[in-house]
Structure formats: structure tokens, C-alpha cells
Design a binder for this molecule. Structure first.
Ligand code: SDX
Length: 432
């Protein structure tokens, strides 16, 4: 923390306030406004928190101008090429890449926590078969607090570790149970002889009537997508987890709040919305019509999978996923996938358009991911569930970081009040 500061002068009273400036390891500095209201009687105003740092964090760094994404200092491109999702989970949680023993012990711990309480399985019978899987996810993950509430002291680091392992291990099992419920198929138990993504595919697609063999092309594709979706600084759902967790509530309830926030089409729900959009556009001939609609202020239509609060350049994850599409589609014999062709043309046309250039609107992580999930036989309604499985490690890492921080306080923003001034109650008989 530097001793540099900014000065602020009240235009009426002329009183001056020094705002301390804190400098990061990399990225923008911040101004400490914690004394602002006490000294000047004013709040800062930043709807959507576009210019507000809500915490200090060592986990993930994003440079939106340069398209840089680092997990604990490691560039996403290197992790995507050389790491595995389980290793990235360890890195995010512990801050360092594991050695062989640490990785083997971590992988073993995750593998042996994958089953869920049988009573949790019965929750799914309460949902109609056509319930959206994200609704089931937030309900059932939140219900984990009912099973572990009494045995979880959030201020005990070992308990926080168990929470993290349980969530990372069980969220694919809960996701698979939700998917099987929509199909009316029997739940498939986790298999400890399979790796993380192989186990997920088995729980999704195996049926009791026949042997199931994991498609390694599919497992590796999912592993890579999970690395890319694992964490992303203080995004909407992670900030929701921090806000909910700041009251000291059960971590399972805080993660359930994050799942609910992720579901929105402006956030993780965009991967499902992109495929719906591409299917609506239908063919290259209609692209210009939809690009024109996306630019029309009076038209609520937006190009889903485009634009980002932080990236004002190409989302590095989208670039990796687009490259991956070619390889995975070829590996699955779907090299002429019409939706992928359409997405590529849409990107090409949009990125040449003045509106998108001027507003720095590029494809984000959600633009191409759904094409791979669909090619793997995963239905649209499960796309955001896949995002939630991957992001769970980011959520629980930030929750742990917040709870372990002795300076963290309950989140409680203020407002610019624009409602009525004080007035007296009017009884019913005297109202018009
Ligand atoms: C994720 O934060 C994260 O890190 C999120 C995420 C993660 O890993 O956690 O990266 C994952 O959520 C990716 C984003 C997925 N969402 C979408 O693809 C939905 C479509 N995109 C948008 O709705 C929008 O771009 C957001 C929500 C992503 C960002 O919204 P902002 O930062 O509030 O930007 P904005 O809505 O103020 O847009 C700025 C301008 C506006 O025009 P003006 O009012 O300035 O004239 O750009 C326009 C917008 O109308 N614009 C778009 C557009 N996105 C923004 N116009 C057309 N199509 C779009 N997609």
C-alpha cells in the first residue's frame, strides 16, 4: 500500500479530504474512500460497480485492454495448453501449482467425495421433468447447507478446505442428477475409477442397460472448457457469493446464490442464449438483419456472446474456444457444423461493423462454448450448468479468501435516494 494520495475539495465548504491511493502488484491503483462519508457526508456513485474495487484479491487478474487473464499469475493460454482442470482447482485454492504428491492427494480427495446424500437425490422428485436444470442446481446445492450446517465452522481453515473439496466433487454429481431427472432416466452413481470429466460424462450419458465407454475427445474438450471457465475475478456471480458469504451464512447457501446469479442471460446464461440466437438467425443471409437489430437502440435484441464489462478486446478464452471448436468438431466428425460456420461469419461481419468496433464489442467466453457442448450431445438447458460446475472452484476460492481475511466486513452498499421526502399517513377515508 503506497503513501500516495489524491485530494478532494468540497465545493461548498472548501474542506479538503486526502484519499489514500493503494497500488496493486499489477493493474489499476485504487482510491480508499472509506472515510469519505464520515468526513464529507457524501457517497461515491457507481451503479454496476464498473469502477469499484470491492476487495483485495490474490486469485485472478484480468487486463481488459490487453486481453490478459492470469490465474494466480499463470496465463490462461499456458494453463489451457499444459494443465488439467483438477490441477487448476488446486492452483486456484492454494495459490501454487501442486507437486506430484499434492496433486495425487487432491485428486484422490475429490474422487472420494463425489457421492451425495441419498436424501438429496430424493429432492429431484419434487421438480417437474421440464424444470430448468439451473433452478434444480441452485435449489439442491443450497440444500447441502441442511446436511453440513452443524459440522461447518467457517472460521476453521480445515473446515473451509472440506467445504471446497465437497463442492468441487459433488457439483458434477448434482448436475448429472438434474440432467437425468429431465430425461426420466435413472441416476448414475459416480465411478471412482474415472477422472473428473470422464466421471461427469459417465453420470450424464451412461444407462444401466449397457456398458458405457468414456469418449476421450469429449472428456478432454470438457476439461479444457472447465479450465477456461474456472474463475474470472469479481464477476457478477462471484461478487454475489462474496456478498452472501459476507453475512457469515453457510457456504453452500452462498454458492447457491452464485448459481442463481450465473443463470442470467447477461452472465453465464449467455451460452444457452447464443445457441438460441444462432438458431433464430438461421442462415448467413439473415446475419445483417440481426446485426442491424443489435445496433438499434429501440430493439432489445443484443448479439449474445458479444461484449464484456472488462474485456474491451478479444476475450482470450473465446479465442482458445474458437480454435478448439475446429479440433473437437473434426474429432467428432462434425467439421461442417452449420452453427459453427454461422458463428464464424457472424463474428467476421460484426467485427468489421463500426458500431461494434467503436463500442469494443468482441466475442466473449460464451460465444463459442455452446457449439462444443451441443456437439458433445449436451442439451442447451445444461450449458449454464456446465459453466456453474467449472466456476464452482472460483466461487469457493473467493469465499475462502474473503472468510480468511480478518479485515472483511458484511457487504452493505448505500444509495442515491430519489424517492419522496417525508410525508404524513393519509387514512383510507381521506384518500381520493
Ligand atoms: C460472462 O464479468 C465477467 O467476467 C463475466 C464472465 C465470467 O467469466 O464470469 O466473463 C462471463 O458473463 C460473459 C458475458 C456474457 N453475456 C453476454 O454475452 C450477453 C450480451 N452482452 C451484454 O449484455 C453486455 O455486453 C454485458 C452484459 C456482457 C456487459 O454489459 P455492460 O458492461 O454493462 O455494457 P453495456 O450493457 O453498458 O454496453 C455498453 C454499450 C451499450 O450501448 P450504449 O448504451 O453505450 O449506446 O454496448 C452495447 C450496449 O447497448 N452492447 C451491445 C452488446 N453488449 C453491449 N450491443 C449489442 N450487442 C451486445 N451484445
Amino acid at each position: 500500500m503506497s503513501d500516495k494520495h489524491y485530494t478532494l475539495t468540497d465545493p461548498e465548504s472548501g474542506s479538503v479530504l486526502e484519499l489514500k491511493r493503494y497500488d496493486p502488484t499489477i493493474g489499476p491503483s485504487v482510491l480508499d474512500v472509506t472515510k469519505l462519508y464520515g468526513s464529507q457526508g457524501v457517497f461515491t456513485y457507481d451503479p454496476g460497480f464498473a469502477a469499484t474495487a470491492c476487495c483485495t484479491s490474490d486469485v485472478t487478474y484480468i487486463d481488459g485492454e490487453k486481453g490478459v487473464l492470469l490465474y494466480r499469475g499463470y496465463p490462461i493460454e499456458q494453463l489451457a495448453e499444459k494443465s488439467t482442470y483438477i490441477e487448476v482447482c488446486y492452483l486456484l485454492l492454494h495459490g501454487e501449482l501442486p507437486n506430484k504428491t499434492e496433486l495425487a492427494n487432491f485428486e484422490e480427495s475429490i474422487r472420494t467425495h463425489t457421492m451425495i446424500n441419498e436424501s438429496l437425490l430424493r429432492f429431484f422428485n419434487g421438480f417437474h421433468y421440464d424444470a430448468h436444470p439451473m433452478a434444480m442446481m441452485s435449489g439442491v446445492v443450497g440444500s447441502m447447507s441442511a446436511f453440513y450446517h452443524d459440522s461447518t465452522d467457517i472460521h476453521n481453515p480445515e473446515h473451509r478446505d472440506i467445504v471446497a473439496h465437497r463442492l468441487i466433487a459433488k457439483i458434477p454429481t448434482i448436475a448429472a442428477a438434474a440432467y437425468k431427472h429431465t430425461l426420466g432416466q435413472p441416476f448414475v452413481y459416480p465411478a471412482n475409477d474415472l477422472d473428473y470429466c470422464g466421471n461427469l460424462l459417465s453420470m450424464f450419458f451412461a444407462v444401466p442397460a449397457e456398458e458405457y465407454e468414456v469418449d476421450r475427445v469429449a472428456a478432454e474438450a470438457i476439461d479444457l472448457l472447465f479450465i477456461l471457465h474456472a474463475d474470472h475475478e469479481q464477476n457478477c456471480s462471484t461478487s454475489t457469493v462474496r456478498m452472501a458469504g459476507s453475512s457469515g451464512t453457510s457456504p453452500y447457501s452462498a454458492i447457491a446464490a452464485g448459481i442463481s446469479a450465473l443463470w442470467g442471460p447477461a452472465h453465464g446464461g449467455a451460452n444457452e442464449a447464443v445457441i438460441n440466437m444462432l438458431e433464430k438467425v438461421g442462415s448467413v443471409d439473415h446475419i445483417n438483419e440481426y446485426v442491424a437489430r443489435a445496433k438499434d437502440k429501440d430493439d432489445p435484441f443484443r448479439l449474445m456472446g458479444f461484449g464484456h464489462r472488462v474485456y474491451k478486446s478479444y476475450d482470450p478464452r473465446a479465442a482458445i474456444i474458437r480454435k478448439m471448436c475446429h479440433k473437437v468438431l473434426e474429432g467428432l466428425g462434425q467439421q461442417d457444423n452449420p452453427l459453427f460456420e454461422l458463428a464464424l461469419r457472424l463474428e467476421e461481419i460484426a467485427l468489421k461493423d463500426e458500431y461494434f468496433i467503436e463500442k469494443n464489442l468482441y466475442p466473449n467466453v460464451d460465444f463459442y462454448s455452446g457449439i462444443i457442448y451441443q456437439a458433445l450431445g449436451i442439451p442447451k438447458s445444461m450449458f449454464t450448468v456446465m459453466f456453474a460446475i467449472a466456476r464452482c472452484v472460483g466461487w469457493v476460492t473467493h469465499w475462502c479468501e474473503m472468510v480468511a481475511d480478518p479485515t472483511s466486513r458484511i457487504g452493505r452498499p448505500r444509495q442515491l435516494y430519489t424517492g419522496p421526502t417525508e410525508r404524513d399517513y393519509v387514512s383510507l377515508k381521506d384518500r381520493g
